[in-house]
Structure formats: C-alpha cells, structure tokens
Design a protein around this ligand. Sequence first.
Ligand code: BES
Ligand code: MG
Ligand code: ZN
Length: 490
Amino acid sequence: MKVQVSAFDLAKAKGAVVAFVQEGNKLTTFAQAQDDQTKLFSETDRGRFTGGFKQLQLVNDKKDQTIYVGVGKKVAQGQWRKLGLSLGKKLESMGIAEATILLDGDASDVSVVEAACEFAEGADQAFYRLDEFKSDMKPAHKTKFKKMNFMVAEEELKATKAALKDFEEVSQAVYMARDLVNLPGNVVTPDYMEEKALQLKTHGIKVDVYDEKKLKKLGMNLMLSVGNASKYDTRMIVMTYNGAAKTAPTYAMVGKGITFDTGGYSLKPAANMVGMHADMGGAAAVLGAMRLLAGKKAKVNVVAVLAVAENMVSSDATRPSDIVTGYAGKSVEILNTDAEGRLVLCDAIAWTVDKIKPAAILDIATLTGACMMALGAHYAGGFSNNDEVFHDLEEAGNKSGDRVWRLPIGPEYHAMIKSDFADIANIGGMYAGASTAACFLEKFVEETPWAHIDVAGVAMGGKLGPNPEIKGGTGFGVKLLAEYMMSKAK
Ligand code: BES
Ligand code: MG
Ligand code: ZN
C-alpha cells in the first residue's frame, strides 16, 4: 500500500475517513472537528460502540464513509499496530481503495510519528495475500486497497512525512519475507532461495553463493550433513551491503534456511511436519532486512549469511549418532537429525566469525519447538553473550513490534549438551530445549558479541502457529533486524 502524509484539512480528505474515539465516546480533537461539521458521530445511533480498544463503528453519509476506531483510554507503544491491523481488515472486507486517517496526538502514549508508522505497518499486514495458487482468484478477489493518507497537525507534518517516506520499502520487504515463508517446499527450494538472494543484486547488494563443492573445501561438513539426502544442493549465501565508510565496523546476520524440515531419520510425526516449509523463516527475515536496509540506504555495513538446505531422508542422509566435524574443527555427535538448524547455523556462524570478524553477530532461526511452547506468538526468544547487544536488540524489538524476550544460557545449560564420544552433542534432553540449542550456537561465536533469536513461535501465524491474527508467515524479524542495524548507522 502507498502512504501519504498531509496537514489536517477535512475538505481534502479522500476515500473513507478514519477518526479515533476514546473510551466513553470521547472524540479526539480531529474527530471532534469533523463532527462539528458533519454531526456524523453525534447524531448516529452508535449501538454498543463506546470507544473501547479496537471497536469499530462505520457511519455512512450519502457519499462518504467514516469509520470510527475505538482506542480505549490511551494507546501504548505497539498498540497502534494492532489498531491498524483491525482497521485494515475492515477496509479489506469492505473493498475500500483509499482511506484518510485523522491522526492527532490525543489518546497516544507515543508520538504522532510513531503512531502513524505503527498504524500503517499494522494496516499493511491486513492487505497481504498469497493468491497465486487459487485458481478462482479473479481480480475481484484481490486486495483493492491502494492508498492511506495520514492527516496530521501542521507541526507534525515534516517529521511524519520523513518517517513514512520509505514506507513502501518496509511493506515490500515484509511482504517478500511473508511470501517466502508461505510458499510451499516444492516452490521455495534451496535453488529458489538462491534465486531470490541473487535478485537483491539489483538493490545494490553483493551476493556470493558457496555451492557444495566450495562448502566441502571449507570443511563445512555439519551444514552439508543436513542437506545430504536432498536432491537440492545445500548452499551458503553471503550478501554484503556497505552503506557506511570502509573504516566503519561490519555487523553480521545469519539466518536458518531449511526449506523443508522432515526431521530426517529422526522423522517428525505427520502432524508436526505440516508447515515445515516455514523452517526458512529466519533466512527470509534476513533477506527482507537486507532489502529494507538497502532500500532505506541505511548508513551501516552489514554482511548477511543464509544457511540453506533441505532436511530429507534417503540412504545419503545422516544417521542419528553420526559424528561430524565442521568448519570450527569441533566434532558433533548428531543424536537427533531433527535438531538440524543448529548444524547449518554453527558452520555459518563459525565461518562468519572467522572471515568477516563482525562487531556483532545476530542469528535468527525457527530453531526449537521448546521456544514456541515457552513464549507462544507474542515474543521471540532472545539469547545473548553480551548485555549491550541484547539491550539494543530488545529496544529494536519494542520499536519494530517484533519483540524479543530474553531466556538464559550459561554453564548449567552448556553441561547438558556434553557428548560421550564427540566434543558436543546436538541435543540436550527434553528440558530447556531453547536454551540448550542457544548454547550449542554459542560454542561457535567465541568472543564475538552475539545474540540468537528463536522465531519458532512467531514466524508463522494462523492455523500453523500460535498467532491467529495473521494467516501464514508473519514477516517477523524483517523490521527487528533492520531496526537493530539502523541503530548502528553512523
Ligand atoms: N524446525 C524445528 C523447530 C520448530 C518447531 C519450528 C515447531 C517451528 C515450529 C526444528 O528443526 C526442530 O525440529 N527442533 C527440534 C529440536 C529437538 C530435536 C531437540 C524440536 O524443537 O523438537
Ligand atoms: Mg544433495
Ligand atoms: Zn528440525
């Protein structure tokens, strides 16, 4: 969707008008100004509408529609996004193409600028569709919504315009990640991931692909072991974006890109295997974030690494209890082939630490069911060896709406992944599964400031995940990673 910002002027409102009402049917300043002219709100039977949070009231004039959105008492950080999403769904169901949002500073804990950004992001999520497999998808079924106009007070105009200038970049980056997560495993193969990454070259991003031959030469046997049974080649995709001076530090992101996770010989039960085409949600977030950083011309240097493989079963597959030594020279006893994310990631992380020497490294992965059990759809799990990195990540999370909750790592959890015959085991037993997975990765980051983001519970919405508001991929992580990186801009 397109976004425009202009100064408050009712005469220039286009499309449906959206006005905000506080609890007790208290109109905000702009809503009141509209009502003074039209009496639309005050002279309509509003039924049970009280201005409660997320309540919607549609009032039709002869030619115009006004939608009153209840905001409750005051809208806290993150909540404008929710209001945007519910309004977006309403606009979508009504087939409306354009709306004008009357946004004053009333009723908000956050600034008008933040409120507008959040609201736009939330609404934009409502218009997302994946319809290429619906054979009956006539144009009539497609989203009609095109443009959202924010009307703000004169003194907010400049800052709000500036903040929303690149809105379409945000929209497209998040949509791209959602498409990648939603498209099934027979479409988003490792080959397809490479193709998508290469497309980012046109955005000014350098892309290097390490194929199986190169990976073998580098000794990245843990990554290779995961994809060994797949007919598609495993690869590591390295993307470089230099938005800052050569002398500025480089930050790194690493994403788990398992295009389908059967579990391998530690086969998943049928019900748990459904949806495992989304096991590349981390890589999708990294791709989206790179696109967004380039789109915004962020003044930061970033290297992004995608660890891409398909976890299948064949006579070439890894056997539970195989011992494999990867790039870092550490041997791993693979007791469970379904704990494959950490295997592709550890080689990618070890390579990144060794070759890129980043100032900090963030990895993101749909890593453990345990994390989903712990936090559901409301927070990603966060783990870090560095309080400053985690603090900045948490802040980026609160700002972007992709929130992160810190979970523990430490010697107690490291002790759980000791192996009898190798340096490390790839599983730590049935307890604290998110923390033992993080500890496994920590062994490969050495002294580099690092945070790990487990998005198993948040990458997918709807039926397949604990987030019922959004169907399929959520795009979680795109804005989080980009926000973190932009906080490092010089
Ligand atoms: N892809 C899964 C994690 C996952 C589970 C993501 C549910 C999204 C929803 C991962 O590869 C996996 O299978 N992890 C195992 C680890 C276990 C064997 C130690 C898990 O969580 O059960
Ligand atoms: Mg193969
Ligand atoms: Zn798995």
